[in-house]
Design a protein. Structure first.
Length: 408
């Protein structure tokens, strides 16, 4: 059944914008007093509300009262929200002056979350994940990538991925699972980094493929995790098995983004340490540059060079990195707005980075813009000027969210 949703004070469909490079707010199409015609979860038309109503006289109306700005639903293309426990102790140590690597070497860090997540059963993990998903959905995030990586064993990783699949069946939000078994070398694995990666390739990834638990593989390239040559070999073999690949790259040191480009990874995520060399390589590639301002805020580090990446011609996405350690806040809009102010990103660049450019990092071309044939994943903010959304730095939240045309 067809449904006409509106009127909205302004609709920003984010159509007609390039996938790569810098943008200007003057490029934003703004539809005043607009409406969206929806049928079977897909957008049929976007335009003037009264014209759409007169052209569809028998259509069901979902009336919007009060001034609202309509945007596509946000796509959070990098999260770690399937976990148990807290790392508040880590945060206290960090604010007292300890570094990320010092905390990890002292028994904190990722391994602390592994221990707590391994101790939780699948049902508990599913419930914890769902609570975070529902919070994200209420804040306008309609598609959420969720990584494993706190199991770090065949059993533990499988449990996490099954919890993600179970949660996906219980929410209207779209969940995209990624296997991050290569998060770090498990402390209880008796072997080298290379042997562990081979163990994952031989004993975990085939089972994941067969059970359809994930179609994406990630690896953390860093001093505390895996080196570039081992990572490139792992990613190449995962691709041969039919997985899409992505990389935790250039967070503390460089080298990861170069591996991502060589492996033709769909994205290189973090990039806080990227220099002009890496920026230019990313800009010339088809690999999406995913910035994670939540990690910069959580670790007290500089932001990824978002302005330079855009000016060089990269496709820039913005994700939350919501995780129990370095990015515990999980407020995607607030993080994007604050980074936008620091990096001098205009509204068009921020909104593109949260929608269709982020969708590109997940190889999803059916969402992120409001146009005929796209998913009716949308969010409406109670204001009359789109500039209010970033101006209020995350304190203004959407009060209406739709997934496939269904209001949540």
């Amino acid at each position: 059944m067809k449904k006409l949703i509106g009127p909205f004070a302004q609709i920003l469909p984010l159509t007609g914008l390039p996938l790569k490079g810098a943008l200007k707010d003057e490029q934003l199409q703004i539809i005043p007093q607009g409406g969206v015609l929806v049928e079977d979860g897909l957008i049929q038309a976007v335009g003037d509300f009264e014209k759409l109503r007169s052209a569809n006289p028998s259509v069901q109306i979902e009336e919007i009262t009060g001034s609202h700005i309509l945007l596509p639903g946000f796509v959070d293309c990098h999260t770690h929200i399937c976990f148990a426990g807290s790392r508040a102790k880590d945060y206290a140590l960090r604010t007292a002056g300890k570094t990320y690597l010092e905390i990890a070497k002292a028994g904190g860090g990722i391994w602390d979350s592994v221990t707590q997540t391994r101790a939780a059963d699948e049902a508990v993990l599913t419930d914890l994940l769902l609570k975070r998903v529902q919070r994200h959905l209420a804040e306008g995030v309609t598609t959420i990538e969720v990584k494993s990586g706190y199991g770090l064993s065949i059993e533990g990783e499988s449990k996490q991925l099954k919890a993600i699949k179970a949660a996906a069946d219980k929410t209207h939000a779209n969940l995209v699972a990624t296997c991050l078994a290569a998060h770090m070398l498990p402390k209880d694995f008796d072997g080298t980094h290379q042997e562990y990666l081979n163990h994952i390739l031989q004993n975990l990834l085939p089972a994941i493929k067969q059970q359809r638990l994930a179609n994406r593989v990630d690896i953390f390239i860093e001093e505390s995790a895996f080196n570039a040559s081992d990572a490139l070999n792992y990613l190449s073999k995962a691709k041969q098995m039919g997985f899409e690949v992505t990389v935790h790259a250039d967070q503390f040191t460089t080298g990861g983004s170069e591996v991502a480009i060589k492996a033709r990874a769909v994205s290189a995520d973090h990039l806080e340490a990227s220099t002009d060399y890496e920026i230019n390589m990313l800009a010339k590639s088809d690999t999406v540059a995913v910035t994670l301002p939540g990690a910069s805020l959580g670790l007290g580090m500089s932001y990824a060079p978002a302005r330079k990446l855009l000016d060089a011609g990269a496709c820039l996405a913005i994700a939350s990195d919501w995780n129990p350690g370095s990015a515990p806040m999980g407020d995607l809009l607030m993080q994007a707005a604050v980074m936008g102010a620091a990096e001098k990103l205009c509204a068009a660049e921020v909104f593109a980075g949260l929608t269709f450019r982020a969708a590109s990092a997940l190889k999803l071309n059916d969402r992120g813009i409001l146009a005929k044939g796209k998913l009716a994943d949308m969010q409406a903010y109670p204001c009359d000027d789109y500039r209010e959304i970033l101006y209020q730095q995350g304190k203004l939240k959407p009060d209406k969210v739709w997934v496939s045309g269904i209001k949540n």
